[in-house]
Ligand binder design. Structure first.
Ligand code: ACO
Length: 321
């Protein structure tokens, strides 16, 4: 694992100078204290490159060892092509395949499950799996955009995935419900309706996230425990056997609701939302990478990664670290 966060720290107090909000409001409802924003000149692919180089270094792989790239993001550098090929070129790789995944908060879990399936099928041996976001440039730093602007941050995480003898990735569960697509989305630019993008749509905030916060909250606290139970059952494990849980860092209140419903102690549940906000596809690999660095996740531990987000999609992976 490797992760990378931009250096620039943006506190709740900093945001309260740009819009009508307060440290108290944000902290109370989300647990977020500060987040990181990129400086001009840094892209999502740049963050992904830095995270990938750390992961490659820790795995003892050179760039030439990578057979395939899976890149999860909702904030790509370009409308097309995807960030996978941009990362491939920035890392100085050969012409390996690169696939972008667009399942937002569950992006890293979907990508990990995809990597696992490719490797088990014998199609590839070593896959670089990346989750990265630059949200800061897409947020509306105004009173109109404050409901979502305070939630998100920039960051990237990466994993080197290869076949091992014995236990590794044990089970995955992937779900979606498009009936909720508009409860959390960015409406424009888009080709589902005309125009592709207009100055009026930008002015109206259609290029920033739009969210039905209560619907997200209600579904998240239901789907997280459900999907965690599903992967545990698939792999023949019980909740009591779980050594560590890495939930997508959406909101401290969602994590707390899931933790208490599962009866897990705080030290067994990853939480860095206070420092980074919601980094969407970056959130799980960043949190897992930090937990490994801090010794919270040790060799042989049973670890569950779980996410809920836009789509709606929800997903979990169970693994033996
Ligand atoms: N600062 C101050 N006031 C604000 C802000 C802000 N940043 N944003 C909204 N408000 C105001 C609203 O305008 C509203 O004012 P009003 O009562 O005068 O109309 C008031 O605060 C309350 O707004 P609500 O939306 O009712 O606030 P709520 O208590 O529901 O909290 C929140 C909002 C935190 C978004 C909550 O719904 C939530 O936690 N939802 C889960 C969504 C989430 O975590 N999304 C993350 C992305 S999705 C994912 O990763 C899973």
């Amino acid at each position: 694992m490797g992760h990378h966060l931009p250096d620039r720290v943006v506190t709740n107090h900093d945001l309260s100078r740009l819009m009508d909000t307060s440290d108290e409001w944000i902290r109370e409802r989300t647990g977020i204290v500060e987040r990181r924003f990129v400086d001009e000149g840094t892209s999502c692919t740049d963050l992904a490159e830095a995270a990938s180089r750390k992961a490659l270094d820790r795995a003892g792989w050179s760039v030439d060892d990578v057979d395939f790239i899976l890149f999860a993001t909702l904030s790509p550098d370009l409308y097309f092509p995807g960030n996978g090929v941009l990362l491939q070129t920035q890392l100085g790789m050969g012409h390996v395949g690169a696939l972008d995944l667009r399942t937002q908060c569950t992006g890293f879990v979907y990508a990990l499950a995809t990597a696992d399936a490719y490797i088990r099928s014998g199609m590839y041996r070593r896959i670089l799996v990346v989750g990265a976001e630059v949200h800061s440039r897409g947020l509306r730093m105004t009173n109109e955009g404050r409901d979502t602007a305070v939630l998100f941050g920039d960051g990237a995480g990466a994993a080197c995935v290869e076949a091992v003898d014995g236990e590794g990735l044990l089970a995955h569960a992937l779900h979606g419900d498009g009936a909720h697509a508009l409860d959390l989305c960015i409406r424009k630019p888009g080709l589902g309706s005309s125009p592709f993008i207009s100055p009026e749509q930008i002015e109206a905030g259609d290029t920033a996230p739009s969210m039905n916060g209560r619907e997200v909250f209600k579904n998240a606290v239901r789907r997280f425990p459900e999907v965690i139970a599903e992967v545990l059952e698939k792999a023949g494990h019980t909740p009591e056997e779980l050594d560590f849980l890495v939930p997508h860092q959406a909101n401290a209140r969602i994590t707390e609701a899931v933790r208490s419903r599962m009866g897990m102690p705080e030290e067994k549940v990853a939480s860095n939302i206070h420092r980074y906000g919601n980094t969407t596809a970056g959130s799980i690999p960043i949190a897992l990478s930090e937990a490994v660095e801090a010794g919270q996740v040790k060799r042989g531990d049973l670890v569950c990664l779980a996410a809920f987000g836009a789509g709606f999609t929800w997903a979990a992976s169970l693994l033996r670290w």
